[in-house]
Design a binder for this molecule. Structure first.
Ligand SMILES: C[S@@+](CC[C@H](N)C(=O)[O-])C[C@H]1O[C@@H](n2cnc3c(N)ncnc32)[C@H](O)[C@@H]1O
Length: 264
């Protein structure tokens, strides 16, 4: 994998930076929310699953390994796809997980392509209604859509909001659980349910739970270069100011068997 210059490291978004450090779980709900997502999705052997915004491929690998799914793991960022390809190869799952280039706002797949569509921490980076509409379009009638997003678990202070949305993740858009449910309902999904929890991924406890023994490798990588240490020194104090106010919401919903006009 190409080594980034120090200047390139400094401008990485936090998620790409964590991927460069080798972190495997890179979404607000951590491993716990993916466990719940997999339990609810109830993916069957050989079902076709799209994991859009797949990052380094961790959930795609779980879908193939634990459920026997045929997975398309797609992401807009070459850096993420490069790592996903390497992780899929290391997991010996190249026949079950195809890593592809795709934008959640214009998915390169025909209507009704997938049994299950997963988007963990992606929709909030873009126009949320447009992204939700695309997720629904490529899901087959009767299929399932599952998405993990940030939300404000309690009203943030002006400082926490500014630090997180103004400095750490500029451009991110999210608010309440009800708002997320409304976006997916208005995109045409039914039986919309949500489950939520704290944003533990960037706490010491969450880091250890999510990464297990691999946490040592991530820490060693973080300490291996001055550019990484500088980036950590910038990121971590800002994150810790926002963490108490942030949570994750998992949205779980279904695409109707028949389009609304069919039943008219
Ligand atoms: C917070 S990370 C989550 C990665 C992965 N889903 C996970 O949970 O580990 C967000 C991911 O969304 C990808 N992404 C951002 N905008 C996207 C878009 N318009 N289309 C597809 N992927 C996008 C980023 O490249 C990044 O890999």
């Amino acid at each position: 994998m190409a080594t980034l210059t120090s200047a390139e490291v400094q401008v990485l978004d936090p998620y790409a930076f964590l991927a460069v450090l080798g972190k495997r779980v890179i979404h607000p709900g951590g491993r716990a929310s993916t466990d719940r997502l997999l339990a609810v999705a109830d993916v069957q052997h050989r079902e076709r699953v799209l994991d859009i915004g797949c990052g380094v491929g961790t959930t795609a690998i779980r879908l193939a390994r634990e459920c026997g799914a045929e997975v398309v793991a797609a992401d807009i960022a070459p850096l993420m796809r490069e790592r996903a390809v390497a992780n899929v190869a290391a997991a010996r799952l190249k026949d079950s997980v195809q890593v592809q280039d795709a934008d959640i706002l214009a998915l390169p797949y025909p209507v009704d392509s997938f049994d299950v569509v997963v988007a963990e921490a992606v929709t909030m980076f873009v126009s949320r209604p447009r992204a939700a509409a695309e997720l629904v379009r490529v899901t087959r009638p009767g299929g399932r859509v599952l998405a993990t997003e940030f939300y404000w678990r309690r009203p943030p202070t002006a400082e926490a909001r500014q630090v997180f949305l103004g400095e750490v993740c500029p451009g991110l858009r999210f608010d309440s659980i009800e708002e997320w449910a409304r976006i997916y309902r208005e995109a045409g999904l039914i039986d919309v349910e949500t489950s939520s929890g704290p944003f533990d991924m960037m706490t010491a406890r969450g880091f250890l739970v999510d990464e297990g023994a691999h946490a040592i490798t991530v820490m060693a990588k973080a300490m291996s270069r001055l550019a990484y240490l500088r980036k950590m020194a910038w990121l971590m104090p800002r994150m810790s100011r926002a963490v108490p106010y942030l949570g994750y919401v998992l949205v779980m919903a279904g695409k109707p068997e028949h389009a609304p006009q069919d039943s008219a």
